[in-house]
Design a binder for this molecule. Structure first.
Ligand SMILES: Cc1cc2nc3c(=O)[nH]c(=O)nc-3n(C[C@H](O)[C@H](O)[C@H](O)COP(=O)(O)OP(=O)(O)OC[C@H]3O[C@@H](n4cnc5c(N)ncnc54)[C@H](O)[C@@H]3O)c2cc1C
Length: 401
């Protein structure tokens, strides 16, 4: 058997890569090990309005469960900072339905999706990836796009990815019969809540929500139970699903001979929030563009395919480095200092300024809003009073300001 291009993995990165390849006339087979697309679902499902537009996905009741216009962040001592927008900023989506929507787009474009089929190995001939070994034996291809997600067995077998630093324990569940504010996502900080990251509440209506957390501890389940108790008291919730959340940024190399890495396996998630659907999808589009031109040039060498890395770095490199800087900084400040920062923001009346900066900013391309905050005179004052001049200088240094 043979295909021009093979995609491994039927998550968002793989499905968008398959859609983009097929819509450019490439004969593509996409393999997904599960028999149903989108299951098991581990995701909070928070996707920005701009992100969906960038991925060419029209919002549809097929997968949208709720609209988000703002959020409340809680400091470790429980001080809230509220940011309300005047428009819908994001959607809470049912990820399984969203992924099935992407699968429909890929099939409509002409991609062949092969479900219930695990790719066991990458076929390597003369030091280049020349196809895959699946359930039915070898399948040759000019190029393989690896979108296998965080586990990264295939990538590892050829000395690439997957991410090793910044891999957190993530966990997610759905609660019902609770009181939540519609349209407002909650973020809870604190070493007791979620060391090294945060817990979230993503409303799905006024009495149900998707809740979860990511943390550097292995006790994610215990921490989640504690968080649910603290936030809601006794709750009815679905069995929590555990899965790694990535905050360490892209891996060092995302291409090889006849091979590209896209999505979680390449670490293409936002270090600030762990969200990977939009950035993985954008990188999948770049991968498909590179593969098309490589096939036309009859050159799927690593040298040619390195254009993919150049392309995604041009698009997202600045975003990744800004968000990594913000993440490193947030990880380095203690709960006490976070409490002081939240307290100063409130007492100096800067919540409105923050709200305006966020309103004007982009949920995915966060470098703009991060830079605006770090150059705003009022914000600089708050950062100095709560964190000290040295910390501010360090933070501005991380952003080359
Ligand atoms: C708790 C949690 C909450 C999250 N919340 C959000 C959020 O709100 N917003 C957001 O944008 N992101 C969120 N993310 C991150 C998001 O889920 C991932 O970034 C995204 O799913 C990555 O897409 P992917 O296609 O790269 O990988 P995946 O979605 O993991 O898909 C990989 C697919 O490949 C298949 N596969 C693997 N190996 C093989 C093989 N050998 N053969 C065939 N198939 C294979 C897998 O079964 C899987 O279906 C969250 C993650 C976690 C853990």
């Amino acid at each position: 058997m043979k295909a021009e291009a093979i995609v491994v993995g039927g998550g968002p990165a793989g499905l968008i890569a398959a859609r983009e390849l097929a819509s450019r006339g490439v004969e593509v087979k996409a393999y997904e090990e599960h028999t149903v697309i989108g299951e098991p679902n581990h995701c909070a499902g928070i996707l920005s309005v701009e992100g969906l537009a960038r991925l060419d996905v029209k919002p549809s009741p097929e997968f949208i469960q709720h609209e988000v216009r703002g959020g409340v962040a809680y400091s470790p001592d429980g001080t809230p900072i509220r940011i309300t927008g005047s428009r819908t900023r994001a959607y809470i989506v049912d990820r399984a339905a969203f992924d099935r929507h992407l699968a429909g787009q890929a099939e409509d474009a002409g991609a062949e999706l092969i479900l219930g089929h695990r790719v066991r190995e990458l076929l390597v001939e003369e030091n280049r990836v020349a196809g895959v070994l699946g359930n039915d034996g070898p399948v040759d291809a000019e190029v393989v796009i690896d979108c296998e997600g965080t586990a990264g067995f295939l990538a590892r077998s050829v000395g690439l990815g997957p991410p090793e630093r910044g891999v957190l324990s993530g966990i997610n569940t759905e609660v019902s019969g609770v009181e939540v504010e519609p349209g407002m996502v909650e973020v809870w900080l604190g070493e007791d809540v979620a060391p090294g990251f945060f817990a979230w509440v993503a409303p799905m209506g006024d009495d149900s929500a998707r809740c979860g957390l990511a943390c550097e501890s292995s006790d994610a389940k215990v921490l989640l139970e504690k968080f649910l108790e603290k936030r809601f008291g006794e709750t009815e919730h679905t069995i929590p699903v555990r899965w790694p959340v990535l905050k360490g940024g892209p891996v060092a190399k995302t291409y090889g001979e006849g091979l590209l890495l896209v999505g979680d396996v390449a670490g293409q998630t936002k270090p600030t929030t762990g969200g990977g659907v939009i950035f993985g999808g954008l990188c999948a589009v770049e991968a498909a563009k590179t593969v098309c031109s490589a096939l036309k040039a009859d050159d799927c060498s690593a040298e040619y395919l390195s254009r993919y890395e150049t392309a995604w770095e041009e698009l997202l490199g600045r975003e990744f480095s800004s968000m990594l800087a913000a993440r490193r900084f947030a990880d380095g400040i203690s709960d006490d200092r976070k409490d002081r920062l939240f307290g100063s923001l409130k007492s100096s009346g800067l919540e409105g300024t923050l709200e305006r900066l966020v309103e004007e900013g982009d949920m995915d391309m966060q470098s703009g809003v991060l830079r605006s905050a770090l150059t705003h005179p009022g914000m600089i004052g708050v950062l100095v009073s709560s964190l000290g001049r040295l910390a501010l200088a360090e933070l501005r240094g991380l952003f080359n300001l």
